[in-house]
Design a protein around this ligand. Structure first.
Ligand code: NAD
Length: 468
């Protein structure tokens, strides 16, 4: 297994890309380093009356744009190096998909399965309180979001705690994204990262050049997919791919996996996982006790969507997928990535592929600051305009459309329609731009994404006159 830390791996990608730019070394160093890390501990009372000391972090990697932004993870493997690496990735990711934030990340070192709901609520509220006390959270300061082990419920506890103690309440809802709709969330955030993963894979599969090089047919339809992690990102990505005609041939969870060449319905698999606490025994599939074996399964697209460092120099030589689609952050070590690239495997980098989450978080934050639901002002007007246009066409052609057709064709955009459209536009544009940079520099897609991010951040510093 690779010896270098997660931060060192991110830096390795950075230096590889930086060599293709002409920025002064001092500016590159300013872009690379992490600006602030807050490491802290706090006590919580457990349900049995005992007290436990919890370790937590928040890293703000770059303030070239504010607020900073990044998820909060609850994981027993969390540590400061990982938090800094993930905050760093967030900076580059935001720059790549043009969402105006610096990168940040937070973590609480717990295995959430070992805590009751009441204990998780106490941990989340106390974590938020500590962030407020040190000015590490706020709609214009640093805006967390869900990540591994957290979801809308934790974000609701965060916004509620923040609102109770914030001195200015007007924009308080914008202190965190990924909230439930009733707490100021946006429709489409829960599925956003998985949908973004789908858009990235779809665009790649439509690319004639990539498919020819890999000896694959164009299109998502019929592609054999193996997914690791059936959580928020993996589950939704699997559903969108399944609905588009891809065949999910394997799913790996932490406590076992399943395989089936004829395909697995991800919705039914998740239902089974929730009811039985394991994928094992899901009807019509073969159990794989050691789910790591599924990473090496014969498939077209392998989607690691759980944790980092699962594809290492130890197993990279046995990966048989043509495409590794990094839905999780940092699933492939730098050494493993080089081995895969040498063998002609196409890697869709995390920095690009899972950017759908922060993109829709950005839309949610805009909604919170504007205090109006997207589409509220124009939906009905748009529908009436479309109906007038269709009526004029009917008058000219003499052809009468049915009410059902009229209803669909004239429909104004809802909040979810706008969110999906903005997300698709972002993912499609970033895909084509990074392919263009990759071809121009003769580099892989990850290096291209880093080059783009570095150039964009450097431009911001230059425009401010900080580094003329
Ligand atoms: P999640 O907690 O909802 O799901 C993670 C899933 O992976 C769980 O079902 C868990 O049981 C499973 N898992 C854990 N260890 C495993 C192992 N060793 N083998 C197989 N399965 C394992 O988390 P998530 O939000 O889906 O995040 C997954 C990854 O995606 C993380 O790397 C995260 O940083 C990244 N990500 C998440 C978002 C988001 O919006 N949630 C956005 C960008 C990136």
């Amino acid at each position: 297994m690779s010896e270098i830390s997660f931060t060192a791996q991110v830096d390795r990608h950075f230096y590889k890309a930086a060599a293709h730019t002409k920025h002064p070394p001092g500016l590159l160093e300013q872009i690379r380093v992490c600006n602030s890390v807050y490491a802290f501990t706090f006590p919580i009372r457990k349900d049995d009356g005992t007290i436990e000391v919890i370790h937590a972090w928040r890293a703000e990697h770059s303030m070239h744009k504010t607020p900073t932004k990044g998820g909060i993870r609850y994981a027993s493997h969390a540590n400061q190096d990982e938090v800094v690496a993930l905050a760093t990735l967030m900076t580059y990711k935001c720059a790549l998909v043009e969402v105006p934030y610096g990168g940040a990340k937070g973590a609480v070192c717990i295995d959430r399965r070992q805590y009751s709901d009441a204990e998780l609520e106490r941990i989340t509220r106390r974590y938020t309180f500590e962030l407020v006390a040190k000015n590490f959270i706020g709609p214009g300061i640093d805006v967390p979001a869900p990540d591994y082990g957290t979801g809308a419920r934790e974000m609701a506890w965060i916004v509620d705690t923040y609102e109770q103690i914030a001195t200015s309440k007007l924009n308080a809802a914008g202190c965190v994204t990924g909230k439930p709709i009733a707490q100021g969330g946006i429709r489409g955030r829960t599925t956003a990262t998985g949908l973004g993963v789908f858009f990235g894979i779809r665009e790649t599969c439509l690319d004639k050049g990539f498919m020819k090089d890999l000896g694959l047919q164009r299109g998502v339809g019929g592609k054999r997919i193996v997914i690791q992690g059936l959580g928020n990102v993996g589950y939704h990505a699997a559903c969108f791919l399944h609905d588009a005609g891809a065949v999910v041939t394997g799913i790996a969870e932490y406590n076992g996996g399943i395989r089936s060449q004829s395909g697995i319905d991800p919705r039914a698999a998740r239902k089974h996982f929730r009811e039985h606490g394991s994928l094992l025994g899901f009807p019509g599939t073969t159990d794989v006790e050691n789910s790591l074996e599924l990473l090496e399964a014969d498939c077209d697209i392998l989607i690691p969507a759980a944790i980092e460092n699962v594809i290492t120099d130890e197993n990279a030589g046995r990966i048989r997928a043509s495409i590794v689609a990094e839905a999780a952050n940092g699933p492939t070590t730098a050494a493993a990535a080089e081995m895969l690239l040498e063998r002609g495997v196409l890697i869709l980098p995390d920095m690009y592929l899972n950017a759908g989450g922060v993109t829709v978080s950005y839309f949610e934050w805009l909604k919170n600051l504007s205090h109006v639901r997207m589409g509220r002002m124009e939906k009905r007007f748009e529908e009436a305009s479309n109906r007038r246009l269709l009526a004029a066409m009917e008058a000219v052609t003499g052809y009468q459309l049915s009410e059902a057709v009229l209803g669909t064709a004239a429909k104004g955009a809802s909040e979810e329609d706008l969110v999906r459209s903005g997300l698709e536009d972002t993912m499609v544009n970033a895909h084509h731009a990074s392919c263009e940079v990759a071809r121009r520099h003769g580099v892989d897609l990850r290096t291209a994404a880093y080059i783009m991010a570095i150039d964009k951040i450097a431009l911001i510093y230059a425009e401010r006159g900080i580094f003329p």
